[in-house]
Structures are given as C-alpha cells and as structure tokens.
Ligand binder design. Structure first.
Ligand code: NDP
Length: 451
C-alpha cells in the first residue's frame, strides 16, 4: 500500500481506538476493511468529503439491557444482552443473535459492522445489525433456555419489527431458540409477522435456510475455482466447527464430489482420513442438534477416526480450508502450514475466523481467499428470501430457494471480481468484497445528506 494510504489508515485507526477503547475485535474488523477501502475513498473524493468512513464505523444505535430469568433450581440468574443496530441505509436492520459466554459489546460491534457490508453484497435491501447475550445455552435444560429467551424478548421486542430490525440465529441460537423468541414476540405484540428469520417451516420459515450458510460457502468456492477452470471434484477439505455452518458446508462438499476430512468444536478436532460421508454426517447432525453431544464422540463411534484434544484442524493437509467455527480461529502460522501442505483455496464460513496475519499470508501467496462477508452471506441471503416469502404469504420450493441462493452467491462472487481482480489476474476477494459492499451503502448515505 502506498505511504499516503497507510498513514491515513494509521490516523483513522488511532481515532477509532480512542473512541472505542477495549474493543479489540471491533478494531480488527474495521482495520481489515479500512486497509483496503482507504485508497478507494481517497480516489473518490465525494466519500472522503462526506466523512463516510467515520460515519460508517459508528453504529446508529446500541441497546444494552439486563435479562433476569429463573433456573430449574429456582435460582435467579442475570445476564446482559445487546442489540447493535449498525446501519440501515439500504434496508431495515438485519443480523443474527449470538448466545455465548464470550459475547461482549466489542464482538457484537465487529459482527454488526461486517454484517452491513455482507448484506449489501447480497443485493437485497437489508441493513446491518447484530445482537446477543453472554448467556451460555450449553448445559441448560430446554425450559431454562425457553425462560431466558422469553425474558430477553420482553425487552428486545420494543426495538425490532418486520420493517425495523429482523434478527436471526448465530452461535448458540438455532431452531429451538428462534422458536422460543418468535413465540414470545407474537404473544407480546399480538401480530404474526416475519420479525425473525430461521423460523420453523410450520410458522413462516423458509426451506434451505438451515443449510444456506454452509451451502453458500461451498457455492462461493465453486465460483472461485471455476475462475481457473477447476472444480470441487476430488478435492480434500478441512472444515472447523460442527454447528450449523460447518455441518451443511460438509454436506454440500460431499454432494459436490469433494472429501471433507475434519470437524471440530471447542474441545478439539476429529480427523477422518476416509472422508466424512452423508451417513456419518447424519449421525453428527443428530449428535449436535438432538443429543447436544461433543464432536469427540465421533471418533469413538467410527473406526479409523482420531480425536485431537485442544487442537485446531489446520495441520491436516488439504486442498481447501473452511473455517466455520468462530472468530480468530486460524492464525498466521496455521495459514503458512496450510499453504506448505498444498492449499488451493479458503472460504470463511464463520465471521472473521482468520486473523489479519493469516489474511495477509493467504493474499501474499495468491491463494484465492473468500472472506466471511462474501463467502458466508448465503445465510442472510436466504433470510432475506424468508422475509420476502413472509411478506408475500407464500412458500417457495427447496429447489427454487436453492436456485436463488446459487444466484446470490454468484452475484457476490462477480462483484468481488469486479473490484478485486488485479492486472496479474489474481482476485483479491477481500478488496473486492469491501469495495463492492461499501459503494451501495455509501451512495445511499451520500443521497440522504448529513444524517
Ligand atoms: P453453532 O452454534 O451452530 O456452531 C458453532 C460451532 O463453533 C460449534 O461447533 C462450536 O463448538 C464452535 N465454537 C464456538 N465458539 C468457539 C470457540 N470460542 N472456540 C472453538 N470453537 C468454537 O454456530 P453457527 O454454525 O451458526 O456459526 C458459526 C460461525 O458462522 C460464526 O462465526 C457465525 O457468526 C457464522 N455465521 C453463521 C451464520 C448462520 O446462518 N448460522 C451466517 C453467517 C455466519 P462448541 O459447541 O464447543 O462451542
């Protein structure tokens, strides 16, 4: 990057850190974006003069509230919850809710900021938001989770609505939690509206929403490989996580003729050299969603599989890497190991799973690298389709939704290429996604004037 840009980035980041102390994840997400956007903004003076970057890094609104609930033993428990409404320039706020003990304001601001760009990339009219709580659903009974969700919604319902802010799931918020949240919302406002996405099929959910993020990451990879005339057929893949995104990423890899080798959770990873098959995956999905077990049990169930306690899967040689668990789960050394072992492409199923050092390593080695805001946008894309179906009061078939999902992922890929392809033919998808996501939001902000 030329010196003028890097000193402008430094000055910008110093100001941002001063205004937002103690928020390392938010700083990291902004730095990744500003690094690639600064030269573009400096070349397009209307954005610079309107201070769009300063305005875009300040959330529209943050709501912080207490959530009290009673556990099964009659103890009173207190958690904290947030809704970060980041930017609604191009549509109502939209973004998931995360329930995990590591949730902080910093984490939700990073996620809401990323979501603004991601939603813009989908081509659908959705603004960016994120929310959640430091509540840990792990080890809680179904009734405890229900009481927590109901208590949370008593406050949250004032701030959301089908034309205002439409939350969805994320880590720790799956079908059970969305159902509890939607049931309570409906009871409080006495209206049946598409205020949440990821709903059950019986009450307004969309087919393929569950699968959409993982499937979308694989579709994005197909598009990246196709640029060099390559395909997924016969490729080995290392996948991290074993939740919603990871499991459906594995499913689409299997359907596409690739060979997924690993899955993980916070306890460690499993390595199946024979490859995870659909039959084994069905067992895993049941383990994770019904029995709420640990991925280590997979190694006990199937011969030839090893469990690596406390480790991440990036030491396993592969053609493709899909980090699908959580932020900062793939660092610079691990990126180097993957490349030494013959890596051909990376697609981020999770949000910000690669550290800044890892991203620089992938880009420096000209590895096709799909950043989360592009590669995992399939989830929110189908959430947008769920909203459309709710508004129209119709339900599309699985084939129709999947077709639209593939179209959305191709559209995102092509926008990244438009802004990210260099003279040597290498596409920097990070730059492409950041600029393409930015332009639409920034132009809307310019049109509104000083708001
Ligand atoms: P799930 O809760 O279904 O699964 C999360 C998985 O990641 C679990 O295997 C979990 O293991 C693991 N994990 C979570 N935190 C950590 C941690 N600190 N260290 C190691 N492993 C961890 O969540 P999703 O699959 O929905 O989300 C995964 C990622 O994808 C997140 O970054 C999310 O923001 C992103 N994403 C999700 C979308 C969706 O549609 N669901 C859409 C776009 C992005 P354990 O059980 O041990 O905690």
């Amino acid at each position: 990057m030329p010196n003028g840009h890097s000193s402008a980035v430094d000055t910008f980041m110093q100001g941002l850190k001063k205004r937002n102390p103690g928020e390392p994840e938010f700083h990291q997400a902004v730095e990744e974006v500003v690094n690639t956007l600064m030269p573009f903004v400096q070349q397009n003076k209307e954005y610079e003069e309107a201070r769009i970057l300063e305005r875009l890094t300040e959330p529209d609104r943050v709501v912080i509230f207490r959530v009290c609930w009673e556990d099964d033993k009659g103890n009173i428990r207190t958690n904290r919850a947030w809704r970060v409404q980041f930017n609604n320039s191009i549509g109502p706020y939209k973004g998931g809710l995360r329930f995990h003990p590591t949730v902080t304001l910093s984490v939700l601001k990073f996620l809401g900021f990323e979501q603004t760009f991601k939603n813009s990339l989908t081509g659908l009219p959705m603004g960016g938001a994120k929310g959640g709580s430091n509540f840990n659903p792990k080890g809680k009974s179904d009734r405890e989770v229900m009481r927590f969700c109901q208590s949370l919604m008593i406050e949250l319902h004032r701030h959301i609505g089908e034309d205002t802010d439409i939350p969805a799931g994320d880590i720790g918020v799956g079908a059970r939690e969305i159902s509890n949240l939607f049931g309570q919302y409906k009871r409080l406002v006495n209206r049946f509206t598409g205020v949440l996405t990821g709903k059950g099929l019986a009450f307004g959910g969309s087919l393929v929403r569950t699968e959409a993020t993982g499937y979308g990451a694989v579709y994005f990879t197909q598009n990246m490989l196709a640029c060099s005339g390559d395909s997924l057929e016969g490729k080995t893949a290392v996948v991290s996580g074993s939740g919603n995104v990871a499991t459906y990423c594995v499913q689409k890899l299997i359907q596409s003729g690739a060979k997924p080798l690993t899955l993980s959770d916070s306890g460690g990873f499993v390595h199946d050299p024979a490859g995870i098959t659909q039959e084994k995956l069905d067992w895993i999905i049941d383990l994770k969603t019904q029995r709420r077990g640990r991925i280590s049990e997979y190694a006990q169930e199937f011969p030839g599989v090893t469990f690596h306690e406390g480790q991440r899967p990036w030491s396993v040689a592969c053609d493709l890497a899909f980090p699908c668990a959580t932020q900062n789960e793939l660092n610079e050394q691990e990126a180097q190991t993957l490349i030494r072992n013959g890596l051909k492409a990376v697609a981020e199923g999770a949000n910000m799973p690669s550290t800044l050092g890892a991203i620089h390593t992938f880009l420096g080695n000209k590895i096709p690298f799909g950043p989360g805001k592009a590669a995992n946008a399939g989830g929110v894309g189908v959430s947008g389709l769920e909203q459309s179906q709710n508004s129209l009061r119709i339900a599309w078939s699985a084939a129709e939704v999947d077709q639209r999902l593939q179209g959305i992922m191709k559209g995102i890929h092509d926008q990244c290429v438009q802004y990210g392809k260099g003279e040597d033919g290498y596409c920097n998808y990070v730059r492409g996604a950041n600029i393409a996501g930015f332009v639409k939001v920034a132009d809307a902000m310019l049109a509104y004037g000083i708001v």
